[in-house]
Design a protein around this ligand. Sequence first.
Ligand code: IMP
Length: 201
Amino acid sequence: MSEGDGVGASTTFADHVAEYEKDIDEVLITGEEIQAKIRALADQITEDYRGRELVLIGVLKGAFIIMADLSRHIRLPLQFDFMAVSSYGAATKTSGVVRILKDLDHEIEQRDVLVVEDIVDSGLTLQYLLKNLSTRKPATLEVCALMQKTDVQQVPLDIKYRGFEIPPVFVIGYGLDYAERYRNLPFVATLRPEVYQTIAE
Ligand code: IMP
């Protein structure tokens, strides 16, 4: 474990949680790669918002880990808020119908707002969120997403801070789950096909 980084940032192997090792197919992004990218994104954000105070809005649950790591590298006064959303439909696909489970605790009118997302797949969740948040009249509204899947976005989205482009496959780890498991893995990986058959959705 390297000091000052996220827990287990130096872990590159599938055995971070021994019980999960048999489920992991391939590690797509290592813990080190994630931490390096997050530091670069945070530097860029610090530069772009210098002299201002920023509100970070995390989209629960997946974004809780990137929120924690990213925010500790942003050298600006920050405030935090969270929204929880759920999309109807099968567990590994978004339907585009979004339900707000938890709304913001504070007003964002005239504030500089940065939405922090773990992953953008179809883009429908983010499109809904941005539309919803823009009605609250923030001074600025931008997005930081750790990952974006290529060739599957169904709506045009302007993601100002983007970490990685990944192939359109289902991934877990670094906040992302399948059936509420795997969120605490410090890397991003795919699962063996058998896992989808053995875990009931
Ligand atoms: P979208 O609306 O299709 O862009 O999906 C966005 C949300 O679906 C993300 O915030 C995740 O919660 C979830 N999601 C999309 N792709 C994945 C994945 O590969 N693994 C885990 N969750 C995902």
